[in-house]
Design a protein around this ligand. Sequence first.
Ligand code: NCD
Ligand code: ZN
Length: 354
Amino acid sequence: MTTPLPDRITIRRPDDWHLHLRDGAMLASVLPHSAKQFARAIVMPNLVPPVTTPEMAVAYRDRIKALLGGPSAGNTDFTPLMTCYLTDGTDPALLAQGHKDGIFTAAKLYPAHATTNSAHGVSDITKIDAVLDKMAEIGMPLLVHGEVTDPAVDIFDREAVFIERVLISTLKRHPNLKVVMEHITTEEAASFVLGGGANIAATVTPHHLVINRNSLFAGGLRPHAYCLPVAKREKHRLALRKAVASGSAKLFIGTDSAPHAREAKESGCGCAGIFCAPTALEVYATVFAEEGALEHFEAFASLNGAAFYGLPPNTGTVTLLRERWLVPESLPAADTTVVPFMAGQTLSWKLNGF
Ligand code: NCD
Ligand code: ZN
């Protein structure tokens, strides 16, 4: 017998452990969507140019904070947690100093050319072994975009191959390094993380719990379903849902909300990235409800990530109401529009107060 769904779910205020906020006018437009849902977010450093120094991170953090409390920016107490974009030339001492000074919460590994704005990424992970040694020593988390960039590897296999070719050997060289495998998309990644040591965790996006690779081609080419790592076969989506529904403390929210102007997505060479911030919490709640795992929703949303990062959980709560609402077809952003995840579809949970 299935338990009837509650009419409302109240959880401690959640965090987003992987978010692209962009900069300038786009930042101003998308920030309120995250600030209303989340208390803190790990802010990705893949700006142009990337955020590689403590000075750049402080300046970016200031630009974000300056918008909070503005005309429509929602919570003024939203806290951006900054990350350092690792390159072949990252200086371990400077990175450690940035962490000590409370500027860099974590550091982000983009294999060079893996995704949007990653040209400056790391060309070979062994080149940053000294950086990883330092991070392991000080307990600074490494956030990994886990895909190989070898063009000979099929795009749907790049995550699984990254685990085999890069991650396993990296963890052998740095057994105490804290690693977040970000936006996992495969059965292989889920079982690797769940079977790994306490120093290995993962984020899961709302969209990878909902779409599979068929969604990219449903009735035609669907640019708004395209992100990296790309959605995989149905069996992988089901494995991800099973993993989060298991209540594992190693899994937590990381929306990977990655807005791009509509015209940059609907193009002959459309950008990778799904703008899921406006619907993230509602979609996660739907998944946990559908899986009959609502008892694990709060830990996934609000406790597991903070515990992994060694941060206190937030105070305060948010409430989701079991109420149907239509996700807008598009939202204004900068001087254009962005298309949110689930645009034009009806969701069955709604964040109270918005
Ligand atoms: C991200 C972006 O647009 O910045 N895109 C995406 O598809 N997720 C980059 C990334 O995290 O891969
Ligand atoms: Zn991302």
